[in-house]
Design a protein around this ligand. Structure first.
Ligand SMILES: N[C@@H](CCC(=O)N[C@@H](CS)C(=O)NCC(=O)O)C(=O)O
Length: 199
């Protein structure tokens, strides 16, 4: 298969680069920057939304980082749980992280780490942190019951959730030991370590 991944690792494209590395896929990488991808007319011919990441898989274009990961795992038959119920749980966790926490997490991480110090607003970071606590407690309970989110091994469910909230490793570590241990294990994986070093 001829796979192209669009988007720098300093963006949500990291999620897809991590997955492609886990699966051992060969791919061409166009590390487009999030600051100007929408203005890139050539790129908009590929992904009309103009956002990163997107992929082209033998001409099949797909956007949305987490949907791309579900597709790649399913296509490769790796990190894709066996059986319809576990596959449904992988979708459940993927939709959960995108809807229950990503927005608050993005605000918290932006105003804690990502923005230049002068642009950070501590009150926005605090309100986002307050919004994150309940979903993080939910994740902590799930990971107290089981080492991985779906089944007995690392899967696309773990990758998708961990890739959205990886910086949470630095947030109230002592309060959620199972979650922190799981995030540490996910982020210590060679494929993650490889992906973060890509341009
Ligand atoms: N829900 C989408 C979000 C895509 C997105 O907003 N990507 C950002 C970079 S992380 C982007 O392209 N920003 C540039 C822009 O919106 O102009 C996904 O997960 O792929």
């Amino acid at each position: 298969m001829s796979l192209t991944i669009f988007g720098t690792s300093r963006s949500r494209a990291l999620r897809v680069l991590w997955m492609a590395s886990e699966l051992g896929l060969a791919f061409e990488h166009h590390p487009l920057d999030w600051r100007d991808c929408r203005q890139n007319a050539q790129y908009r011919l590929i992904n009309p939304a103009g956002t990163i990441p997107s992929i082209s898989d033998d001409g099949f274009v797909l956007a949305e980082s987490l949907a791309i990961n579900l597709y790649l795992a399913q296509k490769a038959g790796m990190l894709w749980p066996e059986g319809m119920k576990d596959q449904a749980l992988a979708s459940q966790w993927t939709l959960w992280v995108a809807t229950a926490i990503e927005s608050a997490y993005t605000q918290w991480a932006s105003h804690t780490y990502w923005l230049p110090e002068a642009a950070r607003d501590a009150s926005l970071a605090a309100s986002a942190a307050a919004e994150m606590r309940d979903p993080l407690d939910h994740l902590e309970s799930a990971l107290a019951r089981s080492e991985w989110l779906v089944g007995a091994a690392f899967s696309v469910a773990d990758l998708n959730v961990a890739s959205v909230i990886s910086t949470v490793r630095r947030f109230e570590r002592e309060k959620r030991p199972h979650l922190m241990n799981w995030l540490d294990r996910c982020c210590a994986r060679p494929a993650f370590q490889h992906a973060v070093k890509l341009p």
